[in-house]
Design a protein around this ligand. Sequence first.
Ligand code: CMP
Length: 383
Amino acid sequence: MRAFLTDLVNDAPDRRLSCAIYRKFIFAVVIGATVGTALETSPGHDEPALAFLKLVDWAAAAVLTFDYVLRVAAFIGHGPSVPPPRAIVRFLLQPLSLFDLLAVAPFYILLVAPAGTEAHVVGELLRFVKLARYSPALQTLTVVIVRERRALEAALFLTGLLLVVSSTAMYLIERDAQPDRFGSIPQAMWWGIVTLTTIGYGDVVPATSVGKVVNGVVALLGLIMFALPASILASGFGDEIHRRRFMVTWSLVAKVPFFAHLGAARIAELASMLRPRAAESGEVVIQVGDQADCMYFIVTGDVEVTFANTRVRLKDGDFFGEMALIVDQPRTATVTARTPCNLLVLTRHGFRRIVDADPGLRAEMERIAEQRKIEHARDAVDA
Ligand code: CMP
């Protein structure tokens, strides 16, 4: 229970199955409650259906309240070691805690201060924001928006400028022909927004020839301007995902004792060359006799190396698949995962680069490969 609460506070669902199941349950409750609220708004429900939807609503409120209390308790007991009142304040100040609060507070506020249907619907749909805690994509988007805010602000400024300039021009061109639609700059701005966003409702269109030409140019500029924020966000997303992948690989590389003596710069170089790979229990990672194109480092898990009559166990921190790369020969043994494994894969090209750049690493790898070869020879003699 203690470890569960710690993982819950640290949002580390992958470390504990119970934590992952609990998060999935809360996720399902939020989705269920949101669908229930949406269904409630459609007319024609009979009494039992309405009673059922109310029940779903109350049950969701109870579960989310329990989750909120659990999170506060877990934060006090297992979060930063500060006195409880300060821990509660810290908890409340976290952005994701605010979403947790928004998911439960409207239910109780509307209970004591009954308001119209609209307030109920909005209050209940606010639960959806709780999913921010469970959605890495939403968190990534927030990070990207914050990081790219300067570029986004510049794009927004250019769009605003284009809107003001084009609406003013259209006002001057069209005001006499259509005073009811282009009689003022704010009125012309409605045309500007609809044109620049390429929505084109068609309710306000220029009547003069010059106005039509300007309309065409502004529509084209609108296409270009609206592509700007989209491309900024897309490249920001790509960079962020690349950065996260790099961080994951970095932390895995740092765990392999073979690389422990390397400095941060070399680990960073290695992290860009290594690729994480998971292997299921019982999966054959290397088949004897196959051609080699990579080698592996074990981050977590156990594998079994089989050659002739011998079986050797390798565990986290060990590596395998280097022999065929060192002497350019087929695989000398079969390697099977005995437990679920997290591996790091180093391609033949990466292997060459690493051993060429670090003679110490090369010597150590060759020493271990030599020992393994001796075991093969001994095994052959015994056979
Ligand atoms: P490779 O021949 O490329 O593919 C099979 C791998 O099994 C081999 O490289 C070694 O990394 C590993 N291996 C072979 N023999 C032994 C051994 N005696 N002990 C540990 N690992 C071995």
